[in-house]
Design a binder for this molecule. Sequence first.
Ligand code: TNX
Length: 513
Amino acid sequence: AMALLLSANIMSLIPTAASAATSQPSIFPNPVSYSVGTGQFLLTRSTSIYVAGNSAEETDELFKNGQVLASKLNRSTGYQINVIKSNNPSAGSIYLTTVGGNAAQGNEGYDLNTTSDQVKLTANKPEGVFRGIQTLLQLLPADIEKSSIVSGVQWVIPNSTISDKPTYEYRGFMLDVARHFFPVDIVKRQIDLASQYKINKFHMHLSDDQGWRIEIKSRPELIEYGSKGQVGGGPGGYYTQEEFKEIVNYAAERYIEVIPEIDMPGHTNAALASIAELNPDGKRKPMRTDTAVGYSTLMARSEITYQFVDDVVREIAAISPSPYFHLGGDESHVTSASDYDYFIGRATAILDKYGKKAIGWDPSDTSSGTTSDTVLQNWNCTPTTGTAAKAKGLKVIVSPANTYIDMRYYNNTPLGLAWRGNVNTAKAYNWNPTDCISGANIYGVESTLWSETILTQDQMDYMVYPRLIANAEVGWTPQSNRNWDDFKGRLVNQTSRLQNKGIKFYADPIVWT
Ligand code: TNX
């Protein structure tokens, strides 16, 4: 009996494959390469963060990244971690650096090496360091995501080697603030959460038939009339230019580019309801609160229209650092084909005048007025959509049904539309950008949250999570490193982490069986 007991004890000391696997923290999106060794780094109250760049400016930028990391760590650990500018990190520290960064890692790639003595995050650019910090946080216990001090936790990072960079340059999240308006704080929170999954573009759908959401000082009627309303009725709302800048800056701190969209020439009822002269009969249209599409248009052959577009683009361009401006171009069903072609050309020229490149929904790429810089956002993903973009060699962002996170998950889940079919987490994960368009210059992937059925922060969380995580991995992780069963397992492993972040995600039964 003694011998038996002994051997059972010895057996329990030998790690099994299963226990080794569970000790490997899950990371979203899955890195290009990731291996865990033995031993661990212990974060303590005497841990410091060292930062060093290749120039004083870069060190300053890394210092800010270090502060972002420190404040995140301090919240749950209760420590007061120092950030120190030096390329000579002491033992037991976290070191964030671009010195010795590998140019092949591009702007966003990074190497994260953890030993018992040091956590070293090296990137070619500070942006890569920021992306790597999102990985580093996922290596720590899930309690690190709590917003108040947790005591009694061993804050360990397993010794590990990670080398990572994105497959696609553009990994976007679009929020429709037109169908329902969302205040600045709600928007910022979604940006912050998305940044943790390495989303790098935030596309704001700022106007539609039911509402105009951004202050244009030369056209005060847009706020006076067009901002006041939303789907189903209700007050609506708008961002002042200062608030828009606040959102832009908040996103920039997370290395996220904000891309403003003014949808034209269709989806313009709120503008037509604000400014009488934009209408053929010179009368303001009534505001609309229903969800019909395709009934409104600007007058493509009127110079009054282009004065309006010029005012709008000029004012937004002045407060928007993105090189891009999204001009919409979808579902202009009451604009004739030749008017549509002409309008997109004129609008693109106005963008060019203010130094912006155009992004448009399909079929805007078919316009004879595109430039070589025009980007197509292909949402229909039919065999014919994007053929013009391909022929012209334009970059293409893909938004197939798999990215329509405004669709319902299942027949019986609340919220969401159904016109593109149900989109459960498997559908959001199991696809490749080339399924939407092949042989094109694919810039990346964008998830779209249209807000016809979304009114609150909790409803937004429910629609966005976990589907945005699935889409983000499609954009970041090489196809060869993606596997549904593995993804599902990692999501289950991150359940408490999602809860600790305060995300009211939908526990899709296909994942959380
Ligand atoms: C189509 S997708 C639209 C939007 C709607 C959405 C609802 C696209 C470019 N246009 O106007 O909100 O469907 O799913």
